[in-house]
Design a protein around this ligand. Structure first.
Ligand code: ATP
Length: 325
């Protein structure tokens, strides 16, 4: 068992609902094992500047249900430089921090991987991103809440679509990944989905609109930000050009997808991996992300977690097509 006395805890990159539940789990588990926790504010930005706050049982009271992150988050270009990382290490040493737990996405773990290779500082990562685009976990913290938010919003849009006989193009988050679009497309009963991973989506959509059921009065198309044609406005323009008789509208869901109270699934996931992070550090793990695969805690080295190999299940794409007839 490794003797860790003080953990530095930070959130970094885009915020996601459930980060607070993870912070609470790390702090309380550490206290349980007699380890001190210092909160590092604004991710790597605060690490380079020594923006640290002591954390205790009380400092994580009443946060499990809150979205965002009480430690705040930021993007930090200085940490991308060797000098910036040296400043961060000097600050950690000055405050006698001997291990780190970082909550974030692939950028956060890329930084952690580089830092962990340069300095003798064990780091454990927790998957905090709404994108679900990390290897080594079935789900990331925030994804479940985000997709539920999207489905709720699309249900509301559907009321208007139905009442006015409209075709709605709804854009959801996902610059590189169509996972949010795919799940929510199925759950919201979309006519079609367009995602970055699958090419020729526009042709498929045109085909559906041309040859699909003619008696449908409303239609919902879910589009991921990073899809081939260039997002909802461009998709809308192309549809309007080809099918001027459709009353086409665009809705960009935007940042509402990141906020709000975390779902039960996200709170439980965050609590489990948060506790496991402290135990992993005690057991001598370092430079790994903790996730849950098939309901079991899983340890994945940072370099594998960030590989972007999360593949789209072709059966789910097919399902959208079958069910939207
Ligand atoms: P999300 O997926 O929600 O956007 P993320 O963790 O991927 O979250 P990023 O903004 O990509 O968010 O990364 C967070 C921070 O990680 C960056 O601002 C930077 O400080 C650090 N980081 C990212 N890439 C590197 C790198 N190559 N070297 C050093 N630090 C990095």
């Amino acid at each position: 068992m490794t003797q860790i006395k003080k953990i530095g805890l930070y959130t970094s990159g885009g915020d996601s609902p459930g980060m607070n539940a993870a912070i609470r789990a790390v702090v309380r588990t550490a206290i349980y094992y007699g380890i001190e926790v210092v909160g590092i504010r604004r991710g790597y930005e605060g690490m380079t500047k020594g923006d640290f706050i002591p954390m205790n049982r009380k400092s994580v009271s009443n946060i499990i249900q809150r979205g965002g992150t009480i430690l705040k988050t930021a993007r930090c270009d200085n940490f991308r430089t060797p000098e910036g990382r040296q400043q961060a290490y000097d600050q950690l040493k000055k405050h006698n921090i001997d291990a780190l737990v970082g909550i974030g996405g692939d950028g956060t773990f890329t930084g952690a991987k580089i830092f962990g290779a340069e300095f003798d500082m064990p780091i454990i990562g927790l998957p905090g991103t709404i994108d679900n685009d990390l290897m080594g976990t079935d789900f990331t913290i925030g994804y479940d809440t985000a997709i539920n938010t999207v489905v709720e919003a699309v249900d509301k849009i559907r009321d208007t679509a139905e009442s006015h006989d409209r075709l709605f193009i709804v854009e959801v988050m996902g610059r590189d990944s169509g996972l949010i679009a795919l799940r929510t497309g199925i759950a919201a009963g979309a006519e079609a989905i367009l995602i970055p991973e699958s090419k020729g989506g526009m042709d498929g959509l045109f085909n559906r609109l041309e040859n699909g059921r003619k008696d449908k009065t409303s239609r919902i198309v879910i589009v991921a930000e990073g899809e081939e044609a260039g997002g909802a406005f461009e998709v809308g323009r192309l549809v309007q050009e080809r099918f001027p008789h459709y009353d086409t509208r665009i809705s960009i869901l935007g940042h509402i997808q990141r906020g709000g109270a975390p779902s039960c699934m996200d709170r439980v996931l965050a609590s489990r991996v948060g506790a496991a992070a402290v135990e992993a550090l005690r057991d001598g793990h370092r430079n790994e992300m903790i996730g849950i695969i098939h309901n079991e805690i899983a340890y994945t080295p940072f370099e594998h977690a960030i590989k972007h190999h999360v593949e789209i299940n072709p059966n789910l794409l097919k399902l959208v097509e079958i069910l939207s007839m």
